[in-house]
Design a protein around this ligand. Structure first.
Ligand code: UD1
Ligand code: CA
Length: 459
């Protein structure tokens, strides 16, 4: 079996997006377009996976978390043919098969790539292009075939006459090439005049070069929906809808999840969900989030890069980011758990905020509290409105609340401070000193009642 490598073209400006953000970084179901493309190719094992970058190169590199990407830079955007040629140096000496595509074609499945590669190898073609029959082929290069149905060339929309414009078969920018064939064809192409006055060379013109040389070029026809390109925000929204449907279908049919309203549930492609979990409308679950079985995810909940243990309930309007939630935990409504927090088994957090904090098991923290940089032991109780004062204007300081401690309502714990095991903090206290285990700490003005004061005042 010849070796396999891939090239993803991602150097263009993406003008039609009307965006300051490089197009490869626009998100589909919470994940950058480029990452979708790389993820679909990865299971085929291409080595290396080259990405050609140019406009916004540093940003694209910085925001792409996929491992093992080999970057190639296209300094000047001189078209897709020129961009592909820019990958040659990184692939120097590579003579196997090359899968080539663009960062703006995010819906392609691995199975389709496998099919394309199989056809390419079994037919012994020098090049394999992928096409689709579009209801409306506007924007796609048109695929011209001869009387025997063999592909002759691809004509870009801007170069179409009326007859070619009427062709519904579009080039979708998925290709397989024998690497030496592609390099030679690009050399031939780029020794001639460019396709546009701006000096661009089109990768699509390689087809005509190869056909002229008598090389074998075949076409694989794919589903229109799966191979759409994203050039503007309208297409981005269309693709989002298609991807969302696909992911929600998988959640229901493969994971065994109840989506109360799949038209209004937003799951990311890397999310996994356990059986019999129920998700209410408006929930957004993205990034590397893994939800256990038998959970309840309430309406308008936002979960990102988090783990939710079995049987937990995240109620209405809550946000959990970069955190780990244990089993049978309840959160919310309207809670905010973030920045590497963890909640132990059976813990309950009401509508408060938990930041960089570790809560043990069976902690009750039910009413609008704030825990920042805190470590809370098993079975502790955090009263309504109690807060850690973790920030002194310069530093974030830690608070330790040991097992079984009881923090009264509206207490302020000025960090750094430790509340000992099973200790009590009286409601309304401002705690500035450590509290020993099993002690009661009261830090507030003593109450004074003045009998008859109000009556005298009114007179
Ligand atoms: C391209 C194809 C067209 C096909 C369509 C499918 C060409 C000339 N046209 O058109 O036949 O129907 O895709 O979606 O190939 N890029 C670079 N460097 C450049 C120019 C572009 O890296 O100098 C990258 C872009 O970042 C993008 C991709 O190539 O990811 C395609 O460019 P785009 O301008 O979107 O091409 P289309 O007009 O969609
Ligand atoms: Ca495109």
């Amino acid at each position: 079996m010849p070796e396999l490598a891939s090239i993803v073209l991602a150097a263009g400006q993406g003008k039609r997006m009307r965006s300051a953000r490089p197009k490869p970084l626009h998100r589909l179901c919470g994940k950058p377009l480029l990452s979708h493309v790389l993820a679909a190719l990865r299971p085929l094992g291409p080595q290396p996976q080259v990405v050609v970058i140019g406009v916004g190169a540093e940003q694209v590199q910085a925001e792409t978390s996929e491992p093992d990407v080999a970057w190639a830079v296209q300094e000047e955007q001189l078209g897709t043919g020129h961009a592909a040629a820019c990958a040659r140096e990184v692939l120097c000496g590579f003579t196997g098969d090359l899968l080539v595509t663009c960062a703006d074609i995010p819906l392609v499945r691995t199975a389709t790539w496998e099919h394309v590669l199989r056809e390419h190898r079994e037919s012994g073609a020098a090049a394999t292009i992928v096409t689709a029959l579009f209801d409306d082929p506007t924007g796609y290069g048109r695929v011209l075939r001869n009387a025997e149905g063999l592909v002759q060339r691809i004509v870009e929309e801007s170069d179409c006459d009326e007859a070619t414009r009427a062709v519904r078969e579009g080039n979708v920018s998925l290709y397989a090439f024998q690497a030496p064939v592609l390099w030679a064809a690009l050399e031939t192409l780029m020794s001639g005049p460019p396709a546009t006055a701006q000096g661009e060379y089109y990768l699509t013109d390689v087809v005509e070069v190869l056909v002229r040389e008598g090389q074998k070029v075949i076409a694989v026809v794919a589903e229109e929906q799966e191979v759409m390109g994203i050039n503007d925000r309208l297409q981005l929204a269309q693709a989002e809808r298609i991807m969302r449907k696909r992911l929600n279908r998988r959640a229901m049919l493969e994971f065994g999840v109840t989506l109360v309203d799949p038209d209004h549930t937003y799951l990311g492609p890397d999310v996994t969900i356990g059986q019999d979990t129920v998700i209410y409308p408006g929930a957004v679950v993205q990034g590397n989030t893994h939800i256990g079985p038998n959970c309840l995810i309430g309406p308008h909940v936002f979960l990102e890069d988090s783990e939710i243990g079995e049987g937990s309930e995240i109620r209405h309007g809550s946000v959990v980011r970069d955190s780990v939630v244990g089993r049978r935990v309840t959160i919310g409504p309207f809670a905010h758990i973030r920045d590497h927090s963890s909640l132990g088994e059976g813990t309950r957090v009401g509508g408060g905020e938990v930041v960089r904090s570790r809560l043990g098991a069976r902690v009750n923290d039910l009413h609008f509290s704030y825990l920042g940089d805190a470590t809370v032991g098993d079975g502790a109780n955090i009263g309504a409105g109690a807060i850690t004062c973790n920030y002194d204007g310069q530093r974030k300081n830690p608070t330790i609340i040991e097992d079984g401690a009881f923090i009264g309502s509206d207490a302020c714990l000025i960090a750094p401070v430790t509340i000992g095991r099973d200790a009590y903090v009286a409601a309304g206290s401002v705690i500035t000193k450590d509290v020993p285990p099993e002690a009661l700490a009261i830090g507030r003005a003593r109450q004074e009642n003045r009998e008859g004061w109000a009556r005298k005042m009114r007179k």
